[in-house]
Design a protein around this ligand. Structure first.
Ligand code: URP
Ligand code: ZN
Ligand code: ZN
Length: 459
């Protein structure tokens, strides 16, 4: 008799669905088979039983100008669980040229209320000699990825090409993955200054000051640096079809790189800027002109873009409204952790992407790229019982009032989709039930020490 058995589900295992029971003992998956019995049983008849989703890109409580992202580690965990996410990776924030270790320790403190499992990317804003010397210390902490920016010069986060190259050389030595926000920051700053002179810094300036080539050029440059240094690199939040295809070409040419996109770049186009309060959709890189989205779906489907994450960085309307009509003062970012699994699976249910590829893009692939597989992102017996039970026959209309994210609007308000998360299990414990709501506890999330990235994604 097992502790818990999920009965009669369609279990996604080894790339296909099996109609079976899944048994859990304590925190681990014990068996997949027929007629298993449990002290507790959950009827999943006809529903998909999937690994819990991994969101490898969140920004809880991120300060941006005078605002702070409205989800903290606890509220963001609840929202993630409601959508089927059981693990997230957030970021440290290096302040005032401090060393890596102090920025990591501060983020460990802030992350204590997390209620699903998590890890951290170490962010390098200012690349000092102290930072260079501390890179080798990260593998022992289980932090196996850095985040760097090729944009955001004005707020002191941008790496120039020399530093980008040096960071990659050092990370190659220690098999640490370099994740990159890839936009050409200097060109963007020039175009923004010119737009300011013309008094044209309204939200539509995201189109003119951050054109698609500023992303594809930076992706190409990072990939070439990766190819020459041999450092594995991961391009975060790819927003354009041109950027995704650039990554695909660079991979074909031998660059050891992987990439992620986000639901906003698959579902939204830049006509949102013409709506009332278009600045509520402001994020960097911005959503792109119509036509780019299908090209990203194609790159997801051909697996050159291996995964989807969210860049979850929500601000309430009052915070967005502090922008005073200028993108130079707009807190950039939008909500997304809760809707990510459903939007990706809706894409599969609507024929935009193969179903197996869609499932892996939010479970197995991020877990492998970020060194957490098979404990996370799989249903293999012996690993963590992190599970999403998904009702693929449900239909819903996305609306803020049904969501758990701690902000007061949804960028997808009114969007009709197929499928809905029915239940989320974290290490054997039901933490979210669609009919009962949140059942977990503050602080139950566990920090996951990560391994090196899976080389398969960088060949
Ligand atoms: O607009 C965004 N994406 N805000 C969060 C910070 C970042 O660039 O990832
Ligand atoms: Zn970014
Ligand atoms: Zn981000």
């Amino acid at each position: 008799m097992f502790d818990l058995v999920i009965k009669n589900g369609l279990i996604f295992f080894e790339n296909s669905f099996v109609n079976a029971d899944l048994a859990i003992e304590g925190e681990k998956i014990s068996a997949i088979g027929q007629n298993l019995s449990g002290k507790k049983e959950i009827d999943a008849k006809g529903k998909w039983v999937l690994p819990g989703a991994v969101d490898a890109h969140t920004h809880f409580s991120l300060p941006f100008y005078d605002s702070i992202a409205s989800d903290d580690f606890y509220t963001g965990s609840i929202a993630g669980a409601a959508g089927g996410v059981t693990t997230f990776i957030d970021f440290t924030a290096q302040e005032n040229r401090e060393g890596l270790i102090s920025s990591i320790n501060r983020r460990f403190e802030e992350a204590k209320p997390a209620a699903i499992d998590y890890s951290l990317h170490a962010c390098i804003a200012q690349f000092t000699e102290e930072v260079a010397n501390q890179i080798k210390l990260l593998p022992d902490l289980g932090i196996m990825s850095f985040k760097i920016f090729t944009a955001y010069n004005k707020i002191g986060r941008m790496q120039n090409d020399e530093n980008l190259y040096r960071i990659m050389e050092l990370c190659k030595l220690h098999n640490i993955l370099v994740t990159v926000h890839a936009e050409n920051g200097l060109v963007i700053d020039y175009l923004t200054n010119e737009a300011e002179k013309r008094n044209e810094l309204g939200i539509t300036a995201l189109r003119t000051t951050r054109p698609v080539f500023t992303e594809s050029e930076a992706i190409s440059r990072v990939c070439k640096f990766a190819r020459f240094t041999g450092c594995k690199a991961h391009i975060v939040h790819i927003s354009s079809g041109e950027g995704a295809e650039t990554l695909e070409d660079e991979k074909i040419n031998g660059a050891p790189v992987s990439g992620e996109t986000c639901p906003q770049y698959l579902y939204l186009d830049d006509s949102v800027f013409d709506r009332p309060n278009g600045h509520y959709w402001g994020c960097c890189p911005p959503v792109r002109p119509l036509g780019q989205q299908d090209r990203i779906w194609n790159c997801l489907n051909n697996e050159s873009v291996a995964m989807v994450a969210t860049d979850h960085c929500p601000f309430n309307k009052k915070d967005k409204d502090t922008w005073g009509g200028s993108i130079n003062r707009l807190p950039m970012g939008i909500p997304g952790i809760e809707t990510m699994p459903e939007l990706v699976l809706n894409g599969a249910l609507n024929g935009k992407v193969d179903l197996g590829i869609a499932i892996k893009s939010i479970t197995e692939n991020p877990a492998k790229i970020f060194g957490m597989y098979p404990e996370k992102g799989s249903l293999i017996p012996g690993t963590d019982a992190d599970i999403m039970i998904f009702d693929q026959n449900a239909e819903q209309t996305i609306t803020q009032k049904n969501l758990h994210m701690n902000n007061d609007y949804s960028v997808y308000e009114g969007l009709k989709i197929k499928g809905k998360n029915a239940m989320t299990i974290l290490r054997g414990k039901v933490i979210f039930d669609d009919s009962k709501g949140w059942l977990g506890e503050k602080g139950q999330g566990r920090f996951i020490k990560r391994k090196a990235p899976d080389s398969k994604f960088f060949e």
